[in-house]
Design a protein around this ligand. Structure first.
Ligand code: PEP
Ligand code: MG
Length: 763
């Protein structure tokens, strides 16, 4: 076997390896570049280029074809390399006559350690088999370089002591202060060649079975006895297990084994392919599926190389990983990590769902962190402010350590507020409700003493499950939500899929602006079967109880009417009918502002989705970190808009008022911001974007007159504690004068914060 001849040279120096590989590929040139300190790729060996260039030719990551390969970590297979925009000519190499080139990344434990390149005089595309050979040899090369200490991508010394800040997106809020624990990705493979493919296939299948058993145990360990917290993680894990059971990728591993390598080398190869495909996929759902496969490959590898994870986790450890699947995240959490930073993770991904569910501070999308972090580095993870500070100065570390301590003490103090009514110092009752997406979050109703669920994001459970559930299953899920709420109001939002929340088999995400594309209610109205099934499930779940349903991304009154008609059509068929049926809209699309009079005649309540309303009002993508803090909810245009909604809603007769006073039960206007305790009047307005859960934002919103806020659980007790000290009678005129004085300013946050500090309010 040709591959074996090349591999058999594993004791040979790099030059000999380059020569053998060139012969194998029938290439005039084969070169090995090694990563040096400062992210420099140095020509370490060559067959075919000028030998005097060895040690002299150096390319930065991103420079030339070799540098581009290192930057993208992708194979570049170019028939006409010299005309590629990235081509960088180096006279000393004498490479003018070579038209075609292939560059293959050499990675070890998820890090770039070099690049393997071949060139040919004649333009040619390298075949799939040749790419296979190069990729397998690149694995061997990675081990050779590690053993010889030849590769060193670290800026040891200088860079390793300098503080660095990494921005990302919060996957789960909170702070952790401790030391980095780098999760190096998959274990290294040392044994590459095998004489007996049948034996390797047997090892593979035994390992796969063992892995499946491990997953079953993990699922069982989160059985219902663990409360709803267990069952929610089970939803994610069960979806994950389906991926594990998928035979396609194991078959592909089997094919690679038959080419003469060990089971572990084959798994590592296939995992590499998965990773490369992952990089090219824009669809977030598919990316997550591939990330799941990557995690499974890691688990298989650990079993095959006999390296099951066992290192002890030091207290306060902040796990840094390139990717992390949901099962791994639960494992690490059980082993005691205090926070996680994942280089490639989106807030909508599985890891994020699990991190939020278990309350673990987590940051995703922190680019470059894997290359910079070393196990043992001191670090501060501030997931609330969406950053990781690596090797912080001693005083920064101390400030955060104190903040963490104070937070623990404050949390203990907040607990006392759980059973108290939510009321401002001047006696204005406020309703603080929960945003919920998974069954496990239902526990938080009781742990926070929330007034109800102001936003049930029905699509989250479907995303965790990987498909839209049938009517019976959906009805069971919603009934559990109503059971847990035990009479407290629940606003169910219909499926808000699309944009970053894509199900398999969903619409192709080829839109240029998916957030403004065919998403949410637009899909629901164009494909009403799915929406009708969901509405039926909600009515069945209510089973004679009160039911409140709202529609997301409504842009016209006509859309709202069409959606409400679907609900009413279903309601005529379902028995028992709900005791009360209230139908509302989310206000997320600014166009509704100019339809308020009509809209207010038709809706039972309005819930302001400030995340989307802010993004569409300022034309600023809510998921783009570079503009995340550029536009502020606490600003004159947003305040004016919210005030206009409140005034119009208060002045409207309200459908409750029009029908008759007091038919509805628990979910009456009083609870949702009407006149507490009195007869329903006007149309209740609540606000349910993430801002509602931040004390300073909540202060401003309550000051404006919004008396119902719905938020993540972490916000409820701190905001309750803040409100208890807030004298609204004093604050309202202050806010009015801040608004007047700050007209035209980008944000009014600072003057509001200054007043709050003066008053000693905990914001
Ligand atoms: C919002 O847009 O503010 C909202 C609550 O909905 P989501 O964040 O689910 O889009
Ligand atoms: Mg929204």
């Amino acid at each position: 076997m040709r591959l074996r001849q090349v591999m058999a040279s594993d004791a040979a120096p790099l030059g000999e390896l380059a020569r053998l590989l060139a012969a194998e590929l029938v290439s005039e040139v084969c070169s090995i570049y090694v990563m040096r300190p400062g992210e420099i790729l140095e020509l370490a060996a060559t067959h075919g280029l000028n030998p005097s260039a060895v040690g002299r030719t150096r390319l930065r990551v991103g420079e030339g074809i070799v540098g581009l390969c290192a930057a993208t970590q992708e194979v570049l297979n170019l028939a006409d390399a010299q005309n590629h925009p990235a081509f960088a000519y180096r006279a000393e190499t004498g490479e003018e006559p070579f038209a075609s080139m292939i560059a293959v990344p050499v990675r070890r434990a998820g890090r770039m350690v070099g690049v393997l390149a071949a060139q040919n005089r004649n333009p040619r595309q390298y075949s799939e088999e040749e790419v296979d050979v190069l990729e397998t040899v690149s694995m061997l090369l990675a081990e050779l370089l590690a053993a010889g200490g030849a590769a060193n991508g670290d800026d040891e010394g200088v860079a390793a002591t300098v503080p660095r800040v990494f921005a990302g997106s919060s996957l789960g809020g909170g702070i952790a202060v401790g030391r980095v624990l780098v999760h190096g990705g998959h274990p290294s493979v040392h044994r590459l060649l095998a004489d007996d493919p049948a034996e390797e296939l047997r090892r593979l299948h035994a390992a796969a079975e063992r892995m499946q058993r491990g997953l079953d145990e993990l699922i069982a360990a989160r059985a219902p006895s663990g409360g709803s917290a267990g069952s929610a993680s089970r939803e994610v894990l069960a979806a994950f297990r389906l991926v594990a059971a998928d035979a396609g990728w194991l078959r592909r591993v089997g094919d690679v084994i038959r080419s003469g390598v060990t089971a572990e080398a084959a798994v590592a190869r296939v995992a590499g392919e998965v990773r490369d495909r992952m990089r090219r996929i824009a669809d977030p759902y598919l990316r997550e599926r591939l990330a799941d496969l990557d995690e499974l490959a890691g688990r298989l590898l650990s079993i095959l190389v006999g390296q099951e994870p066992a290192e002890p986790v030091p207290p306060g450890a902040i796990l840094v990983a390139r990717r992390l699947g949901p099962a791994d995240l639960l494992d690490w959490h059980a082993r005691g990590v205090a926070g996680v930073v994942i280089e490639e993770a989106s807030p909508a991904g599985h890891a994020a769902i699990v991190a939020r569910a278990i309350g673990l501070p987590a940051l995703g999308g922190a680019r470059g962190v894997m290359a910079a972090a070393r196990s043992g580095d001191p670090a501060v993870l501030d997931a609330d402010e969406e950053r990781l500070i690596l090797r912080p100065d001693a005083d920064v570390r101390q400030v955060y350590a104190r903040a963490l301590e104070a937070r623990t003490v404050r949390q203990a103090g907040w607990a006392a507020f759980r059973d108290r009514p939510t009321v401002t110092a001047d006696g204005t009752p406020i309703s603080l409700m929960l945003n919920v997406g998974l069954a496990l979050e239902l526990d938080q109703l009781d742990t926070t003493g929330a007034a109800g669920i102001g936003l049930y994001r029905s699509e989250i459970a479907m995303l965790a499950r990987g498909a839209v559930a049938d009517v019976a299953e959906q009805a069971a899920t919603y009934a559990k939500v109503l059971d847990a709420a035990a009479g407290r109001p629940v606003l169910f939002r219909t499926l808000d899929l699309g944009a970053d929340k894509i199900l398999p088999g969903g619409p192709p995400s080829e839109e240029e602006n998916p957030a403004m594309g065919w998403r949410s209610l637009r899909i629901g109205l164009d494909r009403p079967a799915v929406l009708r099934r969901q509405l039926r499930a909600l009515l069945l779940a209510a089973g004679g109880r009160d039911l409140s349903v709202m529609f997301p991304m409504v842009a016209t009154v006509a859309e709202f009417r069409a959606a409400r008609n679907l609900l009413e059509a279903e309601a005529r068929r379902v028995r028992p009918a709900p005791r009360s049926l209230r139908v509302g809209t989310m206000l997320e699309v600014p166009a509704l502002m100019w339809q308020l009079p009509e809209l207010l005649k038709e809706v039972d309540f309005i819930s302001i989705g400030s995340n989307d309303l802010l993004q569409f009002t300022f034309a600023a993508d809510r998921g783009t970190p570079a503009i995340a803090h550029r536009y502020d909810l606490l600003s004159q245009p947003m305040f004016d808009m919210l005030e206009q909604v409140l005034q119009a809603a208060r002045a409207a007769p309200g459908r409750d008022g029009m029908r008759q006073a007091g038919t509805s039960g628990g979910a009456s206007g009083g609870t949702l911001g009407g006149t507490p305790g009195g007869a329903p009047r006007g149309v209740p307005v609540s606000l349910c974007g993430e801002a509602a859960g931040r004390p300073l934002d909540a202060l401003a919103l309550v000051g404006l007159g919004i008396t119902t806020l719905s938020m993540p659980a972490s916000g409820i007790l701190p905001i309750k504690a803040m409100l208890a000290q807030l004298d609204l009678v004093t604050f309202r005129p202050v806010l009015t004068s801040i608004r007047r004085g700050g007209a035209g300013a980008a944000s009014l946050r600072e003057p509001i914060a200054a007043w709050a500090r003066e008053q000693g309010l905990p914001v």
